[in-house]
Design a protein around this ligand. Sequence first.
Ligand code: ATP
Ligand code: MG
Length: 506
Amino acid sequence: MLSKVKTTTLKGIDGVEVLVEVDIGNGLPSFTIVGLPTESVEESKERVRAAIKNAGFEFPIRKITVNLAPADVKKDGTYFDLPIAVGILSIIGVVKDQDKMNDFYFLGELSLDGSIRKIVGALPMVSSLKKGSKVIAPYDLMSEISIVEDVDIYFVKHLKEVVEFINGDRSIEPVRTDLTKILESEFLEEEDFSDIKGQYQAKRAVEIAVAGGHNIVMIGSPGSGKTLIARRIPSIFPPLTKEESLEITKIYSVSNLLGSGVVNKRPFRSPHSSATLPSIIGGGNPVKPGEVSLSHNGVLFLDELGEFRRDVLESLRQPMEDGFVVITRAKERVMFPSNFMLVAAMNPCPCGWFGDKEHPCTCSISEIKRYRNRVSGPIWDRFDIQIEVPRLLPHELVHDSKSESSKSIRDRVIKARIIQQERYKDTKIKNNASLTPRSIKAFIKLGHEEKVFLENASTRLGLTGRGFDKILKVARTIADIEGSELVRLPHIAEALQYRFDLSLNT
Ligand SMILES: Nc1ncnc2c1ncn2[C@@H]1O[C@H](COP(=O)(O)OP(=O)(O)OP(=O)(O)O)[C@@H](O)[C@H]1O
Ligand SMILES: [Mg+2]
């Protein structure tokens, strides 16, 4: 006799439907699962066998064969415990209503005592199901997956409950949570820009960066507040939309990093400078997202930029340009989103004090050059905004009164972003930072005075073509914050301040 049970498994951050076929026949008693890697097969068989017995049912001493179709999706053993158990129980007549059973997708790992445990990556799996699908899932996944719209999810704690429910001996209502409500509920942002004294230029630069989607690097001596500022950047982003929250939650779901349900804050990730390439880009077996994806829709902060390995920094260029990473393995090709804002910090020199108002620097010019050369030109060019963050003197730290809150900065950011959305609505351009050299010509028109000013500045500062474009993009954002349709001279003049020459030639 054959029974077929529907379930789903994971591919990257998408779900793939899998049909679990169970056959029980006459012959020498055995229990075989086809299509799973050997190590996980044995464990899954043990769990299924023990769970069925400990739930109070009889495990058939016959020839049991389980096949997982399609054969070519990569499968991890823990995903199929519940569907395999349900398949076996339906053939031996414990699960009586086959038609009702066929209505559901079954999700969950079994404990030896028959309780149902949550699995990693459930949100992407359930989100990929067709509208109107019905799912039986582990109770512990409620806060994670009940936000999926158009799918009815029935949460269960034990194999026994599943049997009773299918047989009509127990009623369970589907649970759905409104994601919009979760996102609307005010959460207290612990880190606010009002904590930061002085540093007006840095705060202004950060506001421009977030408004236009520009990457930013801060150079300053130890204790100048670079980390302090970086950590507060997510607090001036617009609130997460439903789609953004879902995208991030899926990534955290497959990474097994979900705390209590949905991600409702923008990510802030700060990997250590010793981070490896796979931990940044993604990799491993099974393939897991890296930091570029864990910071999707949020901030990736590289503290001590010069300490990162060159290949790691170079590898950021593709995900930054495309907004996603593709990880290719012998048998699979997985795509993860990676649309993050890059924020970096570094000291001006090895000892850290070059340019400080009080503290003498002990480095030689060649040492400083070598230190700065660790960051390649092409990487440096990725930062539209480069600023110095000077250390405040002790009396400035004591006296300066409370400054502007994140909320009021955020209001300006939101306005500037709406202006950009409107301007680029018929194009693929997301924001000013993503303007290509060609689209710059189309969207940023300068008056005569502005052109002359920029050309002069360009000659004086020895700007390259790319440097020139960066000034224009940042100037466009400054104009947008001001609500000015045209990019004017003061906007360009301000944009010119946000560049830092690593080479020590100026
Ligand atoms: N502008 C400021 N307003 C309030 N506190 C400040 C300011 N600047 C520095 N501080 C204080 O100094 C501490 C050190 O700042 P932070 O760690 O951000 O420095 P940093 O620039 O990241 O230094 P490093 O180069 O050593 O990483 C902060 O925790 C904070 O208490
Ligand atoms: Mg720091």
